[in-house]
Design a protein around this ligand. Structure first.
Ligand code: ADP
Length: 518
């Protein structure tokens, strides 16, 4: 190749664009913290910071049987959740498909379908729903079964059982629902069908994640989603939610879960390290200039950012750097590269690695100043690289022989760049909550300099989503950045754990809280 040094410097330049050093992490987190407080002070700010009227988290001793209904993903789920009071629960679950016609038709038809699904669930899963032994039933005269609704769309909540739909997302557009109370829409549908079910709580999926983790782990202050999208909800002092003004919730004091809607962080593009690859993702998305932070972090976009990066290498002038200049149909297709493939590539590269997926080792493989001679690669490295090559071939549709070992190394490098940045940016949100809740009083060297105090409590986080659950090393990469932002002492206090069945168990716990208030 005639321009090896040019290629090396082009790759180094790309690497630089994706890097986030301590200063960058700190300025992003400081901005995050500023926007948190703006959002808490008033409505209509970049970060919605929605009060949820969930005024505490469980400790695992709670008991009762509740229905949960989860709308927001591909499937509608109806569950019966039984809380045993020893951090354990049992769950009966049924999935129902939501057709395109239902998503885009009349809202009453959609909500009738939800009610029908609950009816079908009760008929098939309980011998006698009326006699459901539940000490928490709403009204002893007419024992309605309490139900918690997990509704993963932006809602302006005004009470635990009242919330007005702001907009539909994720392909839903049912008519005559915007600005309506979704709890009432659901309850009206139950009543039309004479179901003895009462929707008592509306719970965002992030809040559900926090509640269910708190129940099974005995505590949790932040629920976070790293899946198709990203969002988080944390426990805030009501006194800090100044936009509640003089309402009854403000007078009651105490704590309340706040749904941050952090996916919208930095929509104004002031601090996020935007590359040309990110700009392309945003421009070609269905919501340009919205959900800016989410587009750097979540499963829906990481594959697409990487696809753009790989295409730039395929199209490099004067000579292609990748795949001999050939782009397959899959690589050319919008959203053609799934984040799952990045995860497969990285786990193949990391399996049996001397150190976790050593990047210095990869640096040698992608050094264009010398040809990559197979016999000079250590046998173990060669095995890992060949596995990566097979995954790339299979998932991007290349024929055997069309993907070189160096191509495989470059794909792994690109995946690591994009996902490492995502994990480090995710850490900024986690660190913001730590700062807001007083686990630290400053960031970076200010956090590190603070004297460790004996009474520091663990910072417990419940997480849901495939990216966190399945991507190899995602948590480790997050923790690297947390050590820089919060200092090692505090980072060690961070407990992250999966919230299994978070939406369903969380909805049940929301319903429990509602029945306690009546
Ligand atoms: P949701 O957020 O919709 O409830 P998930 O948490 O399963 O669902 O997230 C789905 C997202 O996770 C998709 O964008 C997909 O690309 C990504 N994904 C699926 N499998 C994996 C995997 N093994 N590793 C990383 N990301 C994955």
């Amino acid at each position: 190749n005639a321009h090896p040094h040019k290629i090396n410097s082009l790759l180094a330049d790309i690497e630089q664009q994706f890097a986030l050093d301590e200063d960058a992490l700190i300025s992003i987190t400081s901005h995050f913290h500023k926007l948190f407080n703006l959002g808490l002070s008033d409505y209509g700010h970049q970060m919605a910071m929605i009060p949820t009227f969930v005024t505490g988290v469980p400790d695992g001793t709670e008991t009762g049987t509740f229905l949960a209904l989860d709308l927001g993903g591909t499937n509608l789920r109806v569950c019966q959740v039984e809380l045993h009071g020893n951090k354990a629960f049992t769950l009966k679950q049924q999935k129902y498909r939501v057709s395109e016609a239902l998503k885009t038709g009349e809202a009453t038809v959609l909500f009738d379908y939800l009610a029908d699904s609950v009816d079908a669930f009760l008929t098939s899963n309980m011998e006698s729903p009326q006699s459901l032994d539940n000490p928490n039933t709403i009204n002893t005269d007419s024992p309605a079964i309490p139900l918690g609704l997990t509704f993963s769309f932006p809602v302006e909540q005004t009470a635990l059982d009242k919330g007005f739909l702001l907009t539909w997302t994720k392909g839903f557009s049912a008519k005559n629902a915007i600005n309506k109370d979704v709890v009432k829409l659901l309850q009206d549908a139950f009543d039309r069908k004479h179901l003895h079910v009462k929707c008592v709580a509306l719970v965002n999926d992030t809040v559900g994640t926090a509640l269910s983790r708190a129940y099974t782990a005995g505590g949790c202050v932040l629920g976070a989603i790293f899946g198709t999208g990203t969002n988080g909800a944390y426990l805030e002092q009501v006194a800090n939610i100044t936009k509640l003004r003089n309402g009854p919730a403000a007078a009651a004091g105490g704590v309340m879960m706040v749904n941050t809607e952090w996916g919208a962080f930095d929509n104004a593009r002031e601090v996020l390290p935007i590359t040309p690859f990110d700009n392309k993702v945003d421009r070609e998305s269905i919501n340009p200039r919205f959900q800016a932070y989410e587009k750097f972090i979540s499963g829906m976009y990481l594959g697409e950012i990487t696809r753009n990066l790989l295409l730039a290498l395929v199209d490099a002038a004067p000579k292609p750097i990748l795949f001999n200049g050939k782009a397959t149909e899959r690589l050319n297709k919008h959203y053609g590269l799934d984040t799952e493939m990045l995860s497969l590539v990285e786990s193949a590269w990391r399996t049996d690695a001397p150190r976790e997926g050593d990047s210095e080792e990869n640096a040698v493989l992608r050094d264009f100043s010398a040809p990559l001679a197979e016999e000079r690669i250590a046998p173990a490295t060669l095995r890992r690289l060949n596995r990566v090559r097979e995954i790339v071939q299979e998932h991007l549709g290349y024929a055997p022989g069309e993907v070189s070992l160096r191509d495989a190394a470059l794909v792994q490098w690109a995946a690591a760049l994009v996902v490492r940045r995502a994990a480090r940016l995710s850490a900024c949100a986690v660190a913001t909550v730590a700062l807001q809740m007083g686990y630290v009083t400053g960031l970076g060297k200010d956090a590190r300099a603070a004297a460790p105090s004996a009474d520091r409590k663990p910072y417990s986080i419940g997480i849901d989503g495939s990216l966190y659950q399945h991507y190899p090393g995602f948590e480790d990469r997050m923790r690297e950045a947390l050590r820089l932002l919060l200092g090692e002492e505090v980072e060690k206090l961070v407990i992250m754990g999966l919230a299994k069945d978070g939406s369903e168990v969380g909805a049940a716990l929301g319903a429990l809280q509602a029945t306690k208030h009546t």
